[in-house]
Design a protein around this ligand. Structure first.
Ligand SMILES: NC(=O)c1ccc[n+]([C@@H]2O[C@H](COP(=O)([O-])OP(=O)(O)OC[C@H]3O[C@@H](n4cnc5c(N)ncnc54)[C@H](O)[C@@H]3O)[C@@H](O)[C@H]2O)c1
Ligand SMILES: [Fe+2]
Length: 383
């Protein structure tokens, strides 16, 4: 087994109501002027105002950038940077789901390294740590609040750039399930299936190791047991808290074992058609794992077990089939659309999407490398 490196923020608060007590931790860093990076919805529903008031009580002034798009763009990063510079901010606080976290990482990285966020596409391209980033999470989830991944849409090329850089890791992540209780059903389902995808792609990744395996399998079990409940009964505090832990575990897995073709392909759909990330993943997940079965059947059978499937007397191949079926059932139960055609994906775009998917850094650790024709075929199967 190749040596592994394990990345995680130095401090992570998780649990119902932990936002209030986290303010003390934030105060102790001694920052004076924060840039809060968020989106319009969270500002309008008053979440931003509450956090701003908590910060003010701790003696921290804050400016707000609430223009983050659901798939954050190169323009969002530039706009946020302007506000950061106007207010001379000494730290950045992201508040929201994966989009505000990724946008904040882009802003904080360029704030100290200079240039343009496009300069940092790829792995570890920056020279210096970003401005300190505190990430307050409201979805469950991308786990972006604790990863070294930053996904920004380049508005000129219509692709989602993967910036994988140890320097974008937040210094503090906060997962308070109270902030997640208001998520509507569709968002709960999409972000939960994103977390399931993280765990499964990390488990079958060529960079998996015993630590990431443990995190991935536990995440799969918790998501299988709690996602339906979190979707149906959004105010079930136990299901919400379990999903907050599960998505964090999935983040620990993929932050270190990386991902695979589901993300490499979903990024193209998100960049091209501006579709929700979790929905794209959920639709592609069973089809990519069917392709992976040729080399990863035994691993997929382990995932079936983690999902509560009885695999006694099943071969590895049959266990993998059972895993794919369990994934599809979960997706159907939480009302994920059945195929890409219903998301307005066009067959004539598939060759271009496949070309770009093969360049995405997330695909490099897929258990088997695919040809262009094979990626197109997986897209077609998912239509
Ligand atoms: N960096 C990483 O490690 C990583 C991993 C996976 C995905 N991502 C990225 O994350 C982005 C998707 O993030 P996301 O799925 O968390 O959604 P999001 O951040 O795009 O938010 C989607 C919508 O949900 C709303 N919302 C967020 N929290 C809410 C709450 N608690 N109550 C009500 N509404 C709420 C937002 O205002 C927004 O309108 C994509 O751009 C994807 O590429 C990043
Ligand atoms: Fe994801």
């Amino acid at each position: 087994m190749a040596a592994s490196t394990f990345f995680i923020p130095p401090v992570n608060k998780i649990g119902m109501g932990c936002m209030t007590e986290s303010v003390e931790l934030i105060r102790n860093y001694g920052y004076r002027q924060a840039l809060i990076v968020t989106d319009r919805v969270l500002n309008e529903i008053g979440v931003v105002g509450k956090v701003q008031a908590l910060l003010a009580d701790a003696g921290i002034k804050s400016a707000i950038y609430d223009g983050t798009n659901p798939n954050p763009t190169t323009i969002n990063v530039e706009d946020g940077l302007k506000i950061l510079r106007q207010h001379n901010c000494d730290c950045v606080i992201s508040l929201g789901g994966g989009s505000p976290h990724d946008c904040a990482k882009g802003i904080a990285l360029v704030a100290t390294n200079g240039g343009d966020i496009r300069d940092y596409e790829g792995v570890d391209r920056s020279a210096k740590p970003q401005l300190p980033l505190i990430a307050i999470n409201t979805t469950a989830g991308t786990a972006s609040e604790m990863t070294r991944f930053c996904i920004i849409t380049d508005v000129e090329r219509h692709i989602k750039m993967a910036i994988v850089d140890k320097h974008v890791t937040p210094i503090l992540s906060i997962n308070d399930s109270v902030l997640m209780a208001g998520m509507p059903k569709g968002l709960t389902a999409a972000t939960g299936m994103d977390a399931l995808t993280h765990a499964i792609e990390a488990y079958v990744s060529t960079a998996a190791n015993p630590i990431t395996d443990a995190c991935a399998l536990k995440a799969v079990t918790m998501i299988s047991r709690n996602l339906r409940r979190a979707v149906e009964e959004g105010h079930d505090v136990e299901a919400r808290e379990n999903m907050a832990y599960a998505q964090f575990l999935a983040g620990m897995a993929f932050n270190n074992a990386s991902l695979g073709y589901v993300h490499a392909m979903a990024h193209q759909l998100g960049g091209f058609y501006d579709l929700p990330h979790g929905v794209c993943n959920a639709v592609l997940l069973p089809h990519v794992q069917r392709f992976n079965t040729q080399v990863a059947a035994a691993r997929l059978k382990d995932i079936a077990v983690a999902m509560g499937v009885d695999v006694a007397n099943l071969s590895d191949g049959q266990g993998a089939d059972a895993c794919i079926q369990a994934i599809s059932e979960l997706a159907r139960d939480v009302n994920i659309p059945a195929g890409l055609s219903s998301l307005k994906v066009k067959e004539e775009d598939l060759p271009t999407l496949a070309t770009n998917a093969l360049k995405d850094a997330c695909g490099f650790t897929n258990p088997i490398q695919a040809s262009h024709e094979e990626i197109v075929a997986i897209f077609k199967a998912a239509m």
